[in-house]
Design a protein around this ligand. Structure first.
Ligand SMILES: [Ca+2]
Length: 315
């Protein structure tokens, strides 16, 4: 994610939850305030004037059901933005780090002699798309992307992307199952200084601001390592970025852990065992140890790095 690229679209009321939502529901044709009726599995009949709980063309989505898989693509309906399409969105590898520039998706295999391989240029078959500012991957391998002020899902094998719903930010990261939710990974974003939980169910997207951070803002990414430490990168007064630890459930800053091994913006961060792998805006790859705050450069990507993500099992 790119610090300069985010823009905030503000709260448009809540969806029966009493909390603030980010992102305008520009296509809520039935006026029921459901935030994702463009492709939402619960709102296919978007102009029917009825609650989105069933009926012809409408399917409820149970966020706790990680078993039902109508299209048999290995992604449960609750985690599948295309629950009736086995060809979409595709699944990410669990053994690789995914890096992206604004235009290109690349694999990084740290243990490989040729660590970088290009997946492809991002494409947008259904709309004009835009610059990709960050990506995140859940445990079923579904890859989400921030593009302009929209959340997309992309095929990790082809880099084709499809728009889901408005979401204004420049950083995405899944908090792994067991930390804020006992049976699901949960998508979070730092939109400016707003620590925001993004509940997903099928193609539904429901952002809720948890807290507003004082003195910190998103430089580029959010990640959790294998010991459960969640960090984000924030612009530092010293130049470059600082690595900040946060309690994801409450949005409480726990402290600064140190400086990355670069004085550039760190726009990509992934958990990798007990450390973090980071990439900076020019493509520099480094490792950061959250315990002693040390960082070391290890490689250079073939392009600018605007974001990074990895399957939660890589931690
Ligand atoms: Ca599917």
């Amino acid at each position: 994610m790119r610090a300069r690229a985010w823009a905030v679209a503000w709260a448009v009321g809540c969806w029966g939850c009493g909390r603030t939502e980010l992102g305008a529901d520009v296509d809520d044709l039935d006026g029921d305030a459901a935030a994702a009726d463009e492709r939402g599995a619960d709102d296919r009949g978007a102009d029917d004037g009825r609650p989105d709980v069933g009926g012809p063309g409408e399917r409820p989505c149970d966020p706790s059901d990680h078993v039902t898989d109508r299209d048999g693509d290995g992604i449960p309906d609750a985690d599948d933005p295309f629950a009736d399409d086995a060809a979409r969105p595709g699944r990410a590898r669990a053994d690789a780090i995914y890096l992206q520039s604004a235009t290109t998706l690349t694999l990084l295999l740290l243990d490989d002699g040729e660590p970088f391989s290009t997946v492809g240029e991002f494409s947008f078959p259904e709309d004009p798309g835009g610059q990709v500012t960050d990506i995140a991957i859940d445990r079923f391998g579904v890859l989400y992307a921030q593009v302009s002020a929209q959340l997309y899902t992309c095929d990790p094998a082809t880099a084709a992307c499809w728009r889901l719903a408005p979401l204004a930010s420049n950083s995405l990261g899944f908090i792994p199952q067991g930390l804020v939710d006992d049976d699901d990974d949960v998508l979070y974003t730092l939109a400016g200084s707003d620590w925001t939980r993004v509940d997903l169910c099928g193609a539904q997207v429901r952002p809720q601001v948890i807290s507003t951070l004082s003195g910190y803002s998103s430089s580029g990414d959010i990640a959790t390592n294998g010991s459960g430490i969640t960090v984000f990168t924030s612009p530092s007064n010293l130049g470059g970025d600082v690595v900040v630890s946060i309690d994801p459930a409450t949005g409480t800053v726990l402290g600064e852990l140190g400086l990355p091994a670069t004085n550039l913006g760190v726009w990509g961060v992934v958990g990798y065992s007990l450390v973090f792998v980071m990439c900076d805006q020019l493509g520099g790859i480094s490792v950061f140890d959250p315990i002693d705050g040390s960082g070391s450069a290890i490689a250079t990507a073939p392009h600018e790095c605007w974001g990074a993500a990895a399957h939660p099992d890589l931690r």
